[in-house]
Design a protein around this ligand. Structure first.
Ligand code: ADP
Ligand code: MG
Length: 421
């Protein structure tokens, strides 16, 4: 495949209707088109999907896309089908398909119609699929949410660790592109090591989200009322409110409803049907607010989430960054408000007490970082970016004034109780 720069822009316009590449997209795509193993570290909302979708659409053969969630794959397949006249251009291969459907998918791949094949890692272990794919033209293999490979990541999935051997069986020289929004060096190392990639072209984007406003408020017994007030001041806007427990999710969703706010709960304890209905209601804007545990969010592509509130402080800066990253994906306003009390930290510590010592140690270290974030009086953006190994100058950097500490320097946020070290 040889493509000039103009071609790529034309293809971008043709398939996606965009006239500009975002961030490093063009360089990433060029690397893939050249058949190089490629590693992409870009924050949530950075536009990682397009990095493999566009080269897949213009390449010969089928690109295999490994992705952890069925809902996420379905969203993407629907979107791709929406931009192509050929229904079979994108398929999902998973256990929910019946024989006829599987036959159709295979036929479309064999006929060169299918450009993107989405699979869950566990489906790729099926002998029948591996056997079939081995005989096909595979353009490259994309591993989305590649941090799932690493035990150091926030979402480790054991199935991801077998990918290397499976890829080898499907084909010897299939280029690999791994993508993640996890910026910590440990996770990145793990990904490349596990995939056996030694000379990847690595593209790392800045993790600065200049349009997000970061704020921490002390958490008092009036926190629910504070949240209601905030939501009412932002009437009609979409928002996510994260709580630690399912019980609190239910309670707070109800409290909001009673106060005339259109909100639904979302957590893993709800029936799958209810969960997907609530998710759809949020995406379709039948409701404004989702009150959720961390079960909600991965792969949710709602561009205009205007606020993310944390009723409880999360267990790491990494988690906080991921969860707040769901705000303002369209580049518009995104208010990230966390309520903080040291009591919640103690609660999180207690949750870990039954775990292996090594895990507790990691957990404790991560918690100390989030405490430091909540209690800092320096620029919150600077603090977060520093955690990810980035230098940020709030005088000149984009979004430098977009947090409470910079805007209201005198206001000190402190834990409700004294911190005893
Ligand atoms: P990520 O996977 O990195 O979190 P996505 O691939 O879901 O991000 O993309 C985030 C948003 O950015 C999507 O709404 C997508 O349509 C949009 N997007 C991607 N590339 C471009 C581009 N070149 N121009 C404008 N919008 C883009
Ligand atoms: Mg993504």
């Amino acid at each position: 495949m040889s493509l000039t720069e103009i071609d790529l822009h034309q293809q971008l316009k043709k398939y996606f209707g965009f006239s500009q590449f975002k961030g490093l997209q063009e360089q990433v795509i060029t690397s893939i088109v050249k058949g190089k193993d490629t590693f992409v570290v870009m924050p949530t909302g950075g536009g990682k999907s397009l990095c493999y979708q566009l080269p897949a659409l213009i390449a010969d053969g089928t690109a295999i896309v490994v992705s952890p969630l069925i809902a996420l794959m379905k969203n993407q397949v629907d979107a791709i089908r929406g931009i192509s006249s050929e229904h079979g251009v994108a398929h999902v291969l998973n256990s929910s398909l019946n024989k006829t459907e599987v036959r159709q998918v295979k036929e479309d791949i064999s006929n060169g119609i299918t450009k993107l094949l989405y699979v869950a890692p566990e489906s790729l272990t099926k002998e029948d699929y591996v056997e079939f794919l081995r005989g096909q033209t595979i353009s490259f293999l994309a591993i989305d949410e590649a941090h799932c490979i690493s035990e150091w990541g926030h979402d480790f999935r054991p199935e991801y660790r077998n990918l290397r051997s499976i890829i080898k069986r499907i084909g010897d020289n299939i280029p690999i592109i791994a993508l993640t929004a996890t910026a910590t060096p440990k996770v990145q190392e793990d990904i490349l090591k596990n995939l056996g990639i030694t000379d990847a072209k690595t593209f790392k984007a800045s993790f600065n989200r200049p349009n997000l406003y970061y704020e921490v408020r002390p958490k008092t017994k009036n926190v629910d009322a504070d949240i209601i007030r905030f939501v009412k001041q932002n009437e009609g806007k979409s928002g996510i409110i994260y709580c630690l427990s399912r019980k609190k999710v239910e309670e707070l969703a109800q409290t909001l409803q009673v106060n005339g706010i259109s909100a639904v709960p979302y957590h893993a304890g709800l029936e799958a049907k209810t969960r997907s209905r609530h998710q759809d209601m949020f995406l379709m804007e039948d409701i404004d607010v989702v009150v959720a545990t961390i079960a909600f969010g991965m792969g949710i592509d709602k561009p205009d989430v205007r606020f993310v509130i944390h009723h409880d402080i999360p267990k790491s800066i990494e988690s906080y960054y991921q969860e707040t990253g769901r705000a303002g994906r369209d580049g518009g306003e995104g208010h990230c408000l966390a309520f903080y009390s040291y009591k919640d930290i103690e609660k999180l510590e207690k949750f870990m007490s039954g775990k292996p010592v090594a895990e507790q140690e990691i957990g404790h270290a991560l918690l100390q970082e989030i405490v430091a974030y909540a209690e800092t009086s320096i620029s919150r953006r600077k603090f977060i970016l520093h955690y990810f190994g980035e230098e940020f100058d709030q005088e000149t950097g984009e979004g430098g004034t977009m947090d409470d500490n910079v805007r209201y320097p005198k206001k000190q946020v402190e834990a409700e109780e004294e911190v005893i070290l």
